[in-house]
Design a protein around this ligand. Structure first.
Ligand SMILES: [Zn+2]
Length: 518
């Protein structure tokens, strides 16, 4: 018997934690995500950590890996498995940042206290040394390094890896491209449990694959022209995300929006301030800028700055793992000084001082464009840009490039707020224009999700099978999850066709299907 239990991201978006449990009580955990709620690090983990052999990570976003340090501090001693680029982003960007979180927060509290503003300090639950210990002893790797070389953590795509080999349970995992961010994966688990075999595919998060990657996970859709991945034919169950389960992405071409906003800002001789997430979103925008530049569509006098150390690190990781990219992208990387990370019009500010120096020149750098995180205009270097005249100058344009969650500055900006508050109590009056860019999304919409499920098993195929094909839906707001179920049932994934769609509930265990050994 194999059961699957999602502890947090069921009828909910954040905090993915899926446990697979086998007959002999062996367990593996897939993702250990952050929930973005107060007190989540102090609260007990919602399942016993004993018996969990290994942890597999689908990708290095915080809502999938943000509680890894907490898990290890609570006694998890097993291995951590994830694709190459994911391991690099996790251990070079995300986890070090999280390891320093408590320290950073308390430092900020101390600085604000000097100004007479008091925010509560946090209890320090872990630090950088804990992270280093996890990286060095728990992250697993595929190949022994050559002598004198550093070990490359992580695993290649489409290569079966043994995860568990006990008397009654054998599990291999194969990572497939998920097209969501660099190193993101869908995990195929091939299980033998007391002689009974089953195959499970996890597809959270699933991207739109509209960038230059080699393995396209979704079947033909209007934006994916390349051939899709061939999955094994006999997958018994899938676990899919439902972030955009009740939405169809707009058909807007983000390049056109970008071109329009850039030229509009240049005409006003202003600055364009683009809020972008440091992992992937910034790189998509750099790619569009590069393309527009090649086509001669950018104003001659406009220069662009990227001020995001996280994005630069992630860019270097993408360049390092070119094996994940398609031929066209690799061709473009051959020229080390002319590609979408490095080109004449684009200056990277690794040090904050470079940004300070540029801003100190005032109008002299206009017109110009900035790419900075955070994508929700909350924290990070973008705050500096907003406060140093960015918001006050009517010649400027602020461009939001993604989802803005309620309670963030980005949410206020896109909803027309003119008084913009900052943590130190200051309020700045906004005179700059605010624009939005649709069409950029890291998640598949309902049409793409349906195409993906059909690629794995059509209702006609499931009718011919001797065991039921099941789709488990998680990682979405309640309405989105139920919308996915309704749509898939309409497509024929119903009992008469030997198929079933299940919306997962928090903490509830489900049968993950099985097949008798041949
Ligand atoms: Zn994600």
């Amino acid at each position: 018997m194999v059961t699957g239990t999602e502890y947090t991201a069921a009828e909910d978006v954040a905090g993915s934690k899926l446990i697979l449990e086998f007959s002999d009580l062996e367990k593996i955990l897939i993702d250990m995500g952050m929930e973005y709620r107060d007190g989540e690090f102090e609260d007990p983990i919602p399942f016993p950590t004993t018996g969990i052999n290994n942890l597999l990570l689908t990708h290095p976003h915080a809502d999938h890996i943000g509680q890894v340090i907490k898990l290890c501090k609570a006694g998890f001693k097993g291995g951590i498995f994830t694709p190459y680029a994911s391991a690099d982003i996790a251990t070079k960007i995300q986890l070090p940042q999280q390891a320093n979180n408590f320290w950073m927060h308390n430092k900020r509290a101390q600085d604000l206290a000097k100004k007479g503003i008091y925010i509560p300090r946090k209890k320090v639950l872990w630090g950088y040394r804990d992270f280093k210990n996890i990286r060095d002893t728990q992250f697993r790797y595929f190949e022994e390094p050559e002598e004198g070389k550093k070990v490359q953590l992580g695993f290649p795509y489409e290569t079966p890896i043994e995860i568990l080999n006990k008397r009654d349970t054998k599990v291999t995992a194969t990572f497939y491209e998920a097209g969501h961010i660099p190193g993101s994966s869908q995990i195929l688990l091939e299980i033998e449990d007391k002689g009974v075999k089953s195959k499970i595919l996890t597809s959270f998060d699933l991207g739109r694959t509209d960038y230059h990657i080699k393995g396209h996970p979704i079947a033909d859709t209007p934006i994916v022209k390349a051939p899709h991945t061939d999955f094994p034919e006999d997958i018994d169950s899938m676990v899919i995300e439902a972030t955009y389960g009740n939405k169809t992405h707009s058909g807007d071409d983000p390049r056109e929006v970008l071109e329009d906003v850039i030229n509009h800002t240049a005409k006003k001789n202003g600055q364009l301030i683009i809020g972008a997430f440091s992992i992937m979103r910034t790189h998509m925008l750099q790619y569009y800028l590069y393309d527009l530049d090649l086509q001669g569509k950018l104003p001659d006098n406009m220069h662009f700055y990227v001020t995001s150390p996280g994005a630069d690190k992630c860019g270097r990781i993408m360049l390092k793992h070119q094996q994940d990219l398609d031929e066209e992208a690799i061709k473009r990387f051959i020229d080390k000084k002319d590609n979408f990370f490095y080109f004449d019009r684009l200056t990277h500010h690794n040090k904050v001082q470079q940004t300070k120096d540029a801003l100190a020149q005032g109008d002299a750098i206009n017109p110009c464009g900035w790419l900075a995180s955070s994508g929700m205009f909350q924290g990070g270097r973008i705050e500096r840009l907003l406060r140093n005249g960015g918001l006050q100058d009517p010649r400027n344009t602020i461009l939001a490039t993604g989802y803005q969650s309620p309670g963030t500055r980005g949410y206020d900006l896109i909803n027309g707020a003119t008084k913009i508050p900052f943590l130190d109590g200051g309020i700045i009056e906004r005179k700059a224009e605010v624009r939005r860019m649709h069409g950029l999304s890291g998640h598949a919409d309902i049409e793409e999700l349906v195409a993906h499920v059909k690629n794995v098993c059509t209702p006609e195929e499931s009718r011919r099978r001797d065991k039921m094909f099941r789709v488990y839906v998680k990682h979405g707001e309640k309405e989105s999850c139920w919308a996915v179920k309704a749509r898939l049932e309409k497509e024929g994934y119903v009992r008469e066709n030997n198929a079933e769609v299940v919306v997962m509930k928090k903490g509830k265990s489900y049968d993950f299907g099985y097949r008798k050994a041949a």
